[in-house]
Write a new protein. Structure first.
Length: 70
């Protein structure tokens, strides 16, 4: 998946070029404008909110194997 955000300089599409995980809930993303004449680069921060970790997955219960009568 590719992130894109409008360029704050010219309004064209800005494409994410680099992503750095700063913490478990915070990422720093570098964008570059897709318009060749603009070429503006900018940095954004993406933060998970609320900064709580998701509920841990529970183990699946054992299931009986299907039995077919032949």
């Amino acid at each position: 998946m590719r992130f894109s955000i409008a360029c704050p300089h010219c309004g064209a599409r800005g494409i994410a070029r680099a992503m750095e995980k700063t913490s478990d809930t915070l990422w720093t993303i570098d964008f570059q404008c897709d318009d060749v004449t603009c070429g503006h680069t900018y940095r954004t921060r993406l933060e998970m909110y609320p900064p709580q970790f998701p509920i841990p997955k529970r183990a699946r219960p054992e299931t009986l194997a299907l039995q077919f009568a032949f």
